[in-house]
Design a protein around this ligand. Structure first.
Ligand SMILES: Cc1ncc(COP(=O)(O)O)c(C=O)c1O
Length: 483
């Protein structure tokens, strides 16, 4: 049953449970016998039984089962190698950078990178050449980039080894990746894509094309964000030649005890997506219905199509419903609070929008619930008569220009550091990443210099109580600088 199995790793876990040997091995809870009762109540007995460590397969070689499961995922995505990862796309990005580049290598990288990509630069000692991002100034949404900026960067840095970008963005916006890949491949560069939010693109031809179809070399997928895998489970795909250090880099980064629950969830999510065409057809139909209903409500609109029409992006993923609440006099954060009180949890909120994801797991009831919650929002005056929105309305919410840099991210990270109050940081070199979260694109990274514009923007984030990641002090009273 196991060898030719359709879900080899998952079946391996089942084989162990069904074999039920007396366990004189890890984990210490011994298949749940020693589980803390409230935890067992939360997770269920089965969850502990499945937490079987090295014994997956009940005698079969765990690594062989894993490899078979990874090969099936590679087949699904039409790639040469897929790796299952248990530290999210974070580890995929770190692995890509450590595996494909050496310290000092230059990498063209779009500035809307996630902070885990910035961490990858530090780990790998890579020298970034940043490509600025275009913004919707009205709503403060990151869009794409100008191809001309990549072209210029390629000419100015002819030795750059690769190009790294996020596609689609958190909001489902897809810049013109086909043209970019053509441009950078002509320069012999490797194309690395953070497709954390797009593992479904390759599964349905009505969605924007996936980076893999467009010719990217290394692509990361957060299977846990969009598909049915458990949180932290991601995929790293390689098309073409596997960078010689990649496997070794992943060995450096990943646990030697990957959770069987997460691995089995990747195997199961992959098997489920063998039927991805139909599953995502359904999600698309729902998304189109949801869009019509939301746009029929006064003061609400869905962002995306107009950016395509205006040529700001090449395509847009309709399953990411970016709802603008600006016309209602709400901020995005206020709208998210209101919706939470109506029992609707959104993926993220920011200045003027809330982002709601629809996936293959949703049905008409979810669309009804969302439309009803948004209808209530549209019919309810904003808090304090709209004072929050009025306060924001006059402000420039576009992030600052990419700050000048005087040290490589790695060098700055490892230099002695000190803390200074934020208002004293002007002209100092950052020693930490500061990234509003979500979506987690850094305003400044180690090695870059605090400019007035950066400080003003960070003060604005503080005023709006935007969460930041990467820092020692999330309140941003103090920031870490190179001593
Ligand atoms: C664009 C992007 N890349 C990478 C990551 C990190 O992914 P993970 O949470 O799977 O580690 C995120 C997380 O939100 C993300 O939004």
């Amino acid at each position: 049953m196991l060898r030719g199995g359709r879900i080899p790793y998952l079946e391996g876990v089942l084989a162990y449970i069904n074999g039920a040997a007396a366990a004189f091995h890890t984990p210490g809870h011994k298949q749940g016998k020693g589980a803390y009762a409230p935890l067992s109540l939360l997770l269920g007995e089965r969850c502990f039984q499945a937490d079987v460590g090295d014994e997956v397969g009940g005698g079969e070689d765990r690594d062989a089962l894993l490899r078979r499961a990874e090969d099936l995922a590679a087949q699904l995505y039409g790639v040469d190698r897929t790796y299952f990862l248990v530290n999210g796309t974070t580890s995929a990005l770190h692995g890509m950078m450590l595996g494909a580049f050496a310290p000092g290598d230059e990498l063209l990288i779009s500035r809307n990178m996630h902070l885990s990509a910035a961490a990858g630069l530090i780990l790998a000692g890579v020298e970034p050449v940043f490509i600025p991002v275009k913004w919707c100034k009205n709503l403060g949404l990151p869009l794409g980039w100008d191809l001309g900026d990549w072209q210029r960067a390629g000419e100015e840095h002819p030795k750059a080894k690769g190009a790294f970008l996020v596609y689609p963005t958190y909001h489902g916006f897809c810049p013109d990746l086909a043209s970019l890949i053509e441009l950078v491949k002509a320069r012999g560069m490797l194309v690395l894509v953070d497709e954390a939010h797009g593992p479904h693109l390759a599964l349905n031809s009505l969605l924007p094309p996936s980076a893999l179809e467009l010719g990217a070399d290394l692509v990361a997928h957060s299977a846990h964000k969009i598909l049915g895998a458990l949180t932290q489970s991601s995929l790293l795909h390689v098309k073409g030649e596997i960078p010689p250090r990649l496997r070794g880099a992943l060995e450096l980064l990943l646990s030697t005890s990957p959770s069987p629950l997460l691995m089995a969830s990747l195997d199961g999510a992959r098997a489920q997506m063998e039927d991805g065409g139909a599953l995502w057809d359904r999600a698309l139909t729902l998304a189109h219905r949801a869009r019509e209903r939301i746009e029929s409500l006064p003061g609400l609109s869905i962002c995306g199509p107009e950016y395509v029409e205006e040529g700001m992006i090449a395509a847009w993923d309709p399953t990411k419903l970016v709802v603008s609440v600006k016309e209602l006099g709400y901020t995005g954060w206020e709208a998210a609070d209101f919706l939470r009180r109506c029992g609707i949890g959104v993926e993220m909120a920011d200045w003027w929008t809330v982002l709601c994801l629809l996936t293959y797991a949703d049905g008409p009831e979810e669309v009804d619930a969302l439309a009803a919650g948004l209808a209530k929002l549209a019919a309810t005056p904003p808090p304090d008569g709209g004072a929050g929105a009025r306060r924001l309305a006059g402000l420039d919410i576009t992030p600052p220009a990419i700050p000048p840099r005087s040290l490589s991210p790695r060098e700055a990270f490892f230099r002695p550091r000190s803390k200074v109050p934020l208002h004293r940081a002007l002209g100092r070199i950052a020693a930490e990443i500061i990234a509003p979260y979500p979506p987690g694109s850094p305003v400044i990274i180690p090695g870059e210099i605090f400019t007035e514009e950066v400080l003003e923007y960070l003060e604005l984030l503080k005023m709006c109580q935007v969460k930041v990641r990467g820092v020692d002090d999330p309140a941003l009273a103090e920031v870490a600088v190179v001593a």
